[in-house]
Design a protein around this ligand. Structure first.
Ligand SMILES: [Zn+2]
Length: 79
């Protein structure tokens, strides 16, 4: 499993929709890849904010902020 494979499956992974063998592959990759670990964590956080909040506009704003944060972090990691 490479980064693209993990990123493509990240929402299914969080929703628990993937086969156990695929989950194993993803978790193996996450142990070695900080980028994908961050993506999974941020997506989890975004999803939980969506579910926890009654406000419609709020999560979009939070999500945009998270994406910006994530982009910045990935740029920092590349240095
Ligand atoms: Zn990766």
């Amino acid at each position: 499993m490479n980064c693209n494979g993990v990123i493509r499956r990240v929402s299914s992974y969080i929703d628990g929709e993937l086969a156990a063998t695929v989950v194993e592959e993803i978790e193996l990759h996450l142990k070695e890849c900080r980028h994908c670990t961050i993506v999974v964590q941020q997506t989890k956080l975004t999803v939980s904010l969506y579910y926890d909040s009654d406000l419609v506009d709020f999560p979009m704003e939070v999500q945009a902020r998270l994406h910006e944060k994530l982009r910045r972090k990935m740029r920092e990691d590349r240095k």
